[in-house]
Design a protein around this ligand. Structure first.
Ligand code: ADP
Length: 375
């Protein structure tokens, strides 16, 4: 309540003062002008009449004095009447205008206070003069954006907690079993512990990249990069894992391919991420290929696999943060659901685009990066 009265009183008083001020100034100016010009005008007319009147002229001059007084009186009365009508009218108009402005302004103030207190569902009615309607629409847009940001923040905390829980629980289980002597301190146990620890480390790195990507702060340093070199470097990193799983990996980079504009390290990171996914989601026996080709002023680098594919229902969502088609399968195979979000943000930061295609579940997938050719 405290914030309400001063708003209305302040607006009402100001409008009232300005309306009354304008009325008084108008009346005073009119009054002064009429009083200054009318008697001269009147006198000169009477003078003309007296001159034309001949012997009756003396009588007319005497009457002219009385007429002068009558004119002054009627001007004064006329202006008093005008003031008596205009001032109350001005007050009524001010009050109506204040009410029309104060309503929407008051709703905006109340909704802003609600948002400041964390109540992001606040919206204001679009009403009042056009400028206030515009302000209300902008306010509502801002409220929708803030509500979305808050929802994503809460979801992110939930997702991160969820992702952390699995490796931590596994580690806890192993450590307790080791302490109780249930598991022997064998090489196999240590390697399981190491796998979970590295999973936690990977998650921490991915979360850092994700937060930078979402804040639009992924640092990339663009230069002319050899697409063939980046492809061979990423494929080289993952070749042992492909061989271990029994998958074929074909690298197709035609000679003479022009350089692309990219961040060389980040490009290798994105290609490695796409190859890791292809490896993860392709059961043996299967094949994965990474190929580059020139299309106009761009180079397309495609990672194609013969794996589990992605159904049309899931395809539009796979670049969303923590989105996984099959949550249980992804967890058991180590995916966190942020790889593609980061890859896409990185490619966009490099001035390119990343797209995904799949004929459907069971029919393999193709991920394509499009980057501009370095001139
Ligand atoms: P994850 O760490 O779970 O792999 P990503 O963001 O890299 O997270 O991928 C998101 C989801 O997209 C995956 O969980 C998976 O369901 C699907 N996906 C990604 N790459 C492929 C692929 N090559 N084949 C089939 N599904 C894929």
């Amino acid at each position: 309540m405290n914030g309400r009265r001063p708003l209305l009183v302040g607006m009402r008083t100001r409008l009232l003062a300005s309306h009354i001020g304008v009325i008084i100034i108008a009346i005073v100016v009119l009054f002064v002008t009429v009083r200054a010009t009318a008697p001269n005008f009147f006198d000169s007319h009477i003078g003309n009449m007296a001159m034309m009147g001949g012997p009756e002229g003396t009588m007319m001059t005497a009457e002219a004095g009385q007429l002068d007084d009558a004119l002054a009186r009627s001007v004064n009365e006329g202006f008093l009447l005008a003031a008596a009508v205009a001032l109350p009218l001005g007050v009524v108009v001010s009050l109506l205008a204040a009410r029309q402005l104060a309503g929407p302004v008051r709703s905006l103030a109340a909704a802003s206070r609600g948002i400041a207190a964390g109540d992001y569902v606040q919206r204001v009615p679009v009403e009042g003069p056009p400028e206030l309607e515009e302000l209300a629409r902008s306010f509502n847009l801002m409220a929708v954006a803030l509500e979305g940001a808050e929802r994503r923040r809460i979801e992110l905390i939930g997702d991160v907690a969820h992702e952390l829980r699995t490796p931590v629980t596994v580690l806890q289980g192993y450590v307790e079993a080791l302490a109780d002597g249930v598991f022997p301190a064998s090489a196999e146990t240590w390697s399981k512990l190491a796998a979970e620890t590295s999973r936690l480390g990977r998650l921490a790195e991915e979360l850092q990249d994700l937060s930078r990507a979402q804040a639009g702060q992924l640092a990339v340093s663009i230069s002319a990069v050899s697409a063939g070199g980046a492809i061979r470097s990423a494929a080289g990193r993952l070749e042992p894992a492909f061989a271990e799983k029994g998958l074929r990996l074909d690298v197709l980079a035609p000679p003479g391919l022009p350089n692309v504009l990219a961040d060389s390290e980040r490009l290798v990171q994105v290609l490695s991420s796409l190859l890791s996914n292809a490896l993860r989601y392709t059961p043996a026996p299967g094949a994965v290929s990474i190929a580059a080709r020139r299309v106009g002023a761009a180079i397309e680098i495609s990672v194609h696999d013969t794996g589990i594919g992605i159904s049309a229902e899931h395809l539009p969502h796979i670049f969303e943060r923590f989105y996984r088609v099959d949550r249980s399968r992804a967890r058991s195979s180590g995916g966190t659901g942020v790889g593609l979000t980061i890859a896409s943000a990185l490619v966009t930061a490099m001035g390119g685009a990343l797209r995904a295609e799949s004929p459907g579940a069971g029919d393999g997938s193709t991920f394509t990066i499009v980057l501009p050719v370095a001139s």
